[in-house]
Every structure is written in C-alpha cells, then in structure tokens.
Write a protein that binds this ligand. Sequence first.
Ligand SMILES: [Zn+2]
Length: 79
Amino acid sequence: MQCDICGAQAAAIKKTTKSFGRGEKLVVIENIPIVHCSRCHESYLTADTARTLDRIRKNRRSLGKAKRVLVASFKQSAA
Ligand SMILES: [Zn+2]
C-alpha cells in the first residue's frame, strides 16, 4: 500500500500491542494495525484506526476482557 508520508508503495500493516492511560484508566489494546513504511521508516496510524482506538478506550469497560496482566514499572536498579 501507499505510504501517506513519502508516497512510496512501500507501506505495510503491522499489528502491534500498546497500552494507554495509567492506573485505573490503563487499557492494553492488542492487534492495532500500524502502517509501517520500509522506505521512510515512519510508522503511523490511519485516521480510521485512531478513531477506533479512541472508541475502544472510551468503552474499555464493556469491550475489555479482564486478563491477568503483569504491569511492571520501569525502575533503574541501584545494583
Ligand atoms: Zn514512507
């Protein structure tokens, strides 16, 4: 597919997992289609994907499934 940024026919969809928010509002969304261009090396969301992500985040209580997730905080070890 065509890259929106450089216009080359070098873009492909990659599925990724991202977390949004923090604490009570934390939601992890899997299988987000990110467009990655192998020519300009940009990664971006389409407008449709961004809209869908917003909707999922707003409806996370009804759309989300509670899974056991380990959440670790980044902490630099003193050792
Ligand atoms: Zn590009």
